[in-house]
Design a protein. Structure first.
Length: 261
């Protein structure tokens, strides 16, 4: 049974936030808020999105709630700045995303067969491609992945789009074998002290092959790496606490013992 939302209560709270943001940007409001532009807020939106992702990983509902608020605040302020400059109205943001969701869910709001998740995602990509063609935009199967996205996540998203073409593409025939081959090549390049640009190219191909393998296994490499880094940081903090000032001069055996405890 789906949850029943009190939309009136939610909209009232949303109006409260917008009222505060409007007050902050008035002539006698906050100098910092008045100075912001769409361009200056863009990196803050990215930062808050990452902080929200961190909060989700922590499993703490209170932190997720707080970081969602920070993200929404930056998004809404960006919209208010755009409205003040006449670029578009804030209500258009809600109208456009509502129309987009209805158009891209014909299996919910129309008469199309629902199918499984893969079928829904394939249809989603077909609809997006049709929208781009109608707007004379890039309609490639790999269009729409932001270049500003983190490299690992961008590789994964591009890989997802490639896989949904259902074509027998070389990158997905044996990605783990490709990764092993590139790792061997990287070792050889390092041993022979080949130029930095060559080593960088091989490393990039190695990471891409691992991302393609992750895509085949339905594992998000960005989240997998974040979890691994988190575990490494946690382990180091434990070793750092155990060895204290002796850490820099500790032997490899001592460090290994503390690391594996």
């Amino acid at each position: 049974m789906s949850k029943k939302y009190d939309f009136g209560e939610i909209l009232e709270a949303c109006e409260g936030l917008l009222t505060i943001l409007k007050r902050l940007r008035e002539p006698d409001g906050c100098p910092w808020d008045r100075k912001q532009t769409e361009e200056s807020l863009a990196p803050l939106v990215l930062e808050e999105a990452f902080e929200m992702a961190d909060a989700v990983s922590s499993g703490r509902g209170d932190k997720v709630c707080e970081e969602m608020g920070d993200l929404l605040m930056n998004v809404f302020m960006t919209g208010m700045i755009a409205e003040d400059s006449g670029r578009f109205r804030l209500k258009e943001v809600f109208e456009k995303i509502s129309a987009k969701l209805i158009h891209r869910h014909p299996h919910v709001f129309g008469n199309e067969h629902r199918g499984d998740v893969d079928a829904v995602l394939t249809r989603w990509e077909d609809i997006k491609r049709g929208e781009r063609e109608a707007n004379h935009e890039d309609a490639s199967a790999v269009a729409g992945v932001p270049r500003a996205m983190a490299g690992l996540l961008r590789a994964f998203r591009v890989g997802e789009k490639l896989r949904r073409t259902n074509a027998s593409l070389p990158p997905f025939r044996a990605p783990l074998r490709t990764a092993v081959d590139r790792l061997d090549e990287l070792g050889t390049a390092e041993a022979r002290e080949l130029p930095q640009d060559i080593r960088e190219k091989i490393l990039g191909e190695l990471l891409l092959a691992l991302c393609n393998a992750a895509s085949q296994m339905n594992v998000n490499p960005e989240m997998a790496l974040r979890a691994a880094v988190e575990e490494e940081e946690k382990t180091f903090r434990r070793v750092e606490s155990a060895l204290g000032d002796a850490l820099p001069d500790a032997s490899a055996e001592t460090i290994d013992r503390a690391w594996n405890e």
